[in-house]
Write a protein that binds this ligand. Structure first.
Ligand code: PLP
Length: 360
C-alpha cells in the first residue's frame, strides 16, 4: 500500500540527532534558538518563537492579541479542528466562514459579509499549500493570524506567505512539509507579540504568578527541524515536479484538478482532486488498489457546530480526495498512483471534458 504521507528523513537527521543526544542538552536550548533564527531568516520577519505544536502556537497567538470571552475569531469551516480548539481555549466565539470550493481557501466575500464589531481576529489557513487571498484579507483591517501549517515556502506575489498578517503560525507535525515529529512556531514583526509569546511559552522563574504554559520545543525536535529546513527547497521542487506529472497525466479523466496560478506559488502540500459526484465510493476503489487516499479535512467545522449555510465547504467535503504527494514518494510509486487514479476514474465515470484550471 502506498501510504498517504511519509516523512523524508535520512542520515543527516540521524547525525544531527545523535549530536544533540551526545551533548546532554536535550530540552529547549541552542538548537531551538538556531531553528528560530533560520525560520526568521527564511520567512523574512523580525523574530520567531518555537513551540511544541501548531495548536499551542495558535493558542499563544490568540493570547498575544488579547482575544478572550465574547470576542469573535473568524475562520473557515473547511479546516482542521486544531484552529477551533485554540479559539475555545481562550473562550472566544468562532465565526465560521465558507470557502471558495475551487481553491479550498476562505471566501473573501463571505468573510466581508459576516464580520462584526466583535470580530477581533481572523485566522487564515493557506489550505493544502495554496496561498489564500491574503492581500485582500489584510486590507479589511482585522488582525490576521496566518496559519502556514500546510504552506511553508508558498509565495503570494513573489513574497513568502507568513509575512502578510500580524503574525503567522507553523506546524512541524510528522506529516507536514517539514517535520520535527511534533512542533510549531510563531513568527512576527511585532516585538510585543514575540515577547509575550516567549513569556507565555514557559512557566518557570516568574516574579508574579499568572497561569502559564509549558509549550516549549526541545533541542531534539529543533535538530530535526534544522536539517529539514535546509532541505525545504529540494522538498518543494520535488512536490512541484510530482504535481506537474499528476496534472499532465490526469488531464483527460473526469476529475477536477488543483489550479496553478500566476500570482501565487502552490507548494502542493496536498494534491486534492475533486470528483464529479460524491467521492465516497472512490476511497474504497483507490485503497483497494493499494493507493491510500484521504478526505483532506476529516469533517467541516460547521458540521461539529451543527450550523447550515456553507455550500462551498459542503461541495469540497463531498467531492475532495487527497492522493499521495510527498518528496519520499518514489518514481515507481508515482507511476503506480497515476495508473490507479486513471484506471479508477476512467472505469467508473462517464468520460467528460475536463473543465480545466482557473489559470495555467
Ligand atoms: C491548518 C492547520 N493548522 C493547525 C494545525 C495544528 O498543528 P499541530 O498538529 O502541530 O498542532 C494543523 C495540523 O494539522 C493544520 O493543518
Amino acid at each position: 500500500m502506498i501510504p498517504h504521507s511519509r516523512p523524508m528523513l535520512d542520515e543527516e537527521e540521524i547525525f544531527n540527532l545523535s549530536n544533540v543526544i551526545r551533548s546532554g542538552q536535550i530540552s529547549q536550548g541552542d538548537e531551538v534558538l538556531r531553528f528560530e533564527e533560520m525560520m526568521t531568516e527564511f520567512i523574512g520577519l523580525k523574530g520567531a518563537v518555537a513551540t511544541n505544536s501548531g495548536t499551542s502556537a495558535l493558542h499563544l497567538a490568540l493570547l498575544s492579541l488579547n482575544i478572550r470571552d465574547d470576542d469573535e475569531v473568524a475562520i473557515p469551516s473547511y479546516t482542521c479542528t486544531a484552529i477551533l480548539n485554540a479559539i475555545n481555549y481562550v473562550n472566544a466565539t468562532p465565526l465560521l466562514v465558507d470557502i471558495d470550493p475551487d481553491t479550498f481557501n476562505i471566501d473573501l466575500n463571505d468573510l466581508k459579509r459576516k464580520v462584526t464589531k466583535r470580530t477581533k481576529a481572523v485566522i487564515v489557513p493557506h489550505m493544502f499549500g495554496l496561498p489564500a487571498d491574503i492581500e485582500d484579507i489584510v486590507t479589511l483591517g482585522i488582525p490576521v493570524i496566518e496559519d502556514c501549517a500546510q504552506a511553508i515556502g508558498a509565495t503570494y506575489n513573489e513574497r513568502r506567505i507568513g509575512g502578510f498578517g500580524y503574525l503567522s503560525i507553523y506546524s512541524f507535525y510528522a506529516t507536514k512539509v517539514i517535520t520535527t515529529g511534533e512542533g510549531g512556531m510563531i513568527l512576527s514583526d511585532s516585538k510585543r507579540v514575540l515577547e509575550k509569546v516567549r513569556d507565555l511559552r514557559e512557566y518557570d522563574k516568574k516574579d508574579i504568578y499568572l497561569p502559564g504554559f509549558n509549550y516549549k520545543m526541545t533541542d531534539i525536535q529543533a535538530a530535526l527541524g534544522i536539517s529539514q529546513l535546509n532541505k525545504l527547497p529540494l522538498f518543494l521542487d520535488r512536490r512541484t515536479d510530482i504535481a506537474d506529472r499528476y496534472t499532465q497525466s490526469f488531464k483527460d479523466i473526469p476529475i477536477t484538478l488543483p489550479g496553478w496560478y500566476s500570482d501565487r506559488r502552490h507548494i502542493f502540500y496536498r494534491f486534492v482532486i475533486k470528483t464529479r459526484d460524491n467521492s465516497d465510493k472512490y476511497f474504497r476503489l483507490l485503497e483497494g488498489n493499494d493507493v491510500s487516499c484521504q478526505r483532506p479535512v476529516y469533517l467541516p467545522l460547521h458540521n461539529y457546530l451543527k450550523l447550515d449555510g456553507f455550500p462551498g465547504t459542503d461541495d469540497a467535503w463531498n467531492k475532495a480526495i487527497s492522493i499521495p504527494i510527498y518528496p519520499a514518494l518514489s518514481d515507481d510509486e508515482i507511476k503506480m498512483t497515476i495508473d490507479v487514479v486513471r484506471d479508477v476514474f476512467s472505469k467508473n465515470e462517464k468520460p467528460q471534458r475536463h473543465k480545466g484550471h482557473k489559470e495555467n
